[in-house]
Design a protein around this ligand. Structure first.
Ligand code: TXA
Ligand code: MG
Length: 359
């Protein structure tokens, strides 16, 4: 299949690219486009045969439901069977933006999108290119992240091209995603809203607006699963580069020492990558490994922004093993650690602090 690749420099003057994308979507094709979280792979959400093309291009299991994207609040009415009062408040505060809400679906939404569930996930992205493409198509757009299933989500058009060129009709390049992690998925069909996937909008941000929010208990468990995640997609291995990833957690000095020690043990037979932070990068100056800083610990949004790109970069460098520093699991750190631990296939190492040193 030939994939049209177009770059949008200016949304006003490049309108013919938007129009083309809209036509392809409306005629049943697939178009990858930027959103503020990650790139999405879109198709007409109301047409089962278009939706099937998404699953095929990504190699995605068919029981993993897709998010329906809209570009106008009024579009939600025909997609859901009821809008709970709390949804109205959430939509007012966080839409358009990085929050996906789960509603009871209307009969208009095909089961191919929902993986057979009676609920539907809906998001109104803020990215102008995403909005314009959805409007140009004139139908709601189903769009999972535009990566091959299991790989890190794409935050740049180059990532999409690497994964999906030749498998989709069009890729629209709109530059790098500003958030870099997927949206927060929030189920509002129960009594108390529950986060099924942590993301761009944090629990604290939601609680300020609507009070207590639950986290799906499946999010805080290791690989031994007692709870089945309520978002079907969260049960799959995910975000994984080809290289093996190990996350080293603990107090910051203990973490850097542990990574130094582990790297020194390698007798040169493995190519090692270290995913450090601005605060720790120089601790590895003497270490025989490929070191990058993924961002600033004091501004976790910078880490969110570069995480997936960093994982893909290590693959390009043909690294065998990546030691990634853990970060504090608060606010945006919760979503970052959720992705990182999954990328590691739950391989975590705890670095003990040496007694008293840092007191
Ligand atoms: O930021 C994002 O959300 C990006 C951009 C493109 O919008 N999209 C995205 O889609 O990350 P995807 O398909 O990669 O992830 C959707 C997640 C999956 O974990 C899926 O299982 C869950 O949302 N999900 C979708 N519909 C659901 C439903 N009805 N009930 C529970 N979970 C659902
Ligand atoms: Mg995805």
């Amino acid at each position: 299949m030939k994939t049209i690749i177009e770059k949008i420099e200016n949304i006003k003057t490049d309108h013919q690219i938007i129009r083309r994308a809209g036509e392809i979507l409306l005629s049943g094709g697939t178009v990858a486009f930027p959103t503020e979280t990650v790139y999405g792979l879109g198709a007409n959400a109301l047409d089962p045969s278009s939706i099937k093309k998404i699953f095929k291009a990504k190699g995605r299991p068919s029981d993993n439901p897709l998010i329906v994207h809209i570009a106008d609040l009024a579009d939600i009415d025909s997609l859901v069977s009821k809008i709970p009062p709390i949804a109205k408040t959430l939509m007012e505060h966080f839409w358009p933006g990085a929050l996906t809400l789960i509603f009871s679906k209307s009969s208009k939404v095909p089961y191919e999108i929902t993986g057979g569930l009676d609920t539907v996930a809906i998001r109104f992205p803020v990215h102008p290119i995403a909005q314009e493409i959805i409007k140009a198509a004139g139908v709601p757009i189903a769009a999972p992240s535009a990566n091959l299933s299991g790989k890190p989500s794409p935050t740049k058009a180059a990532h999409v091209i690497e994964d999906l060129k030749g498998k989709v009709d069009m890729i629209v390049d709109g530059g790098a995603a500003s958030i870099g992690l997927e949206s927060t998925v929030l189920d509002i069909t129960g009594k108390i809203p529950m986060i099924l996937r942590p993301g761009g909008v944090t629990k604290e941000m939601l609680e300020t607006v609507v009070g207590p929010i639950l986290m799906d208990p499946a999010l805080s468990q290791g690989q031994e699963q007692d709870f089945i995640p309520k978002a079907p997609g969260m049960k799959y291995k995910h975000y994984a580069p080809v290289a093996e990833v190990k996350v080293v957690m603990g107090e910051i000095n203990a973490v850097t020492e542990k990574i130094q020690e582990l790297t020194k043990k390698n007798k040169g037979n493995l190519k090692i990558g270290i995913m450090a932070t601005d605060q720790t990068r120089s601790s590895y100056d003497e270490i025989n490994a490929l070191v990058i800083s993924v961002g600033d610990r004091l501004h976790p949004e910078t880490i969110a922004n570069h995480l997936f790109d960093a994982l893909r970069w290590f693959d390009e460098q043909k690294v065998d093993l990546i030691y990634a520093e853990g970060i504090q699991e608060v606010q945006m750190g919760i979503a970052i650690m959720n992705r990182l631990i999954k990328a590691a296939g739950y391989q975590t190492i705890f670095a003990e602090s040496k007694g008293g040193e840092n007191k």
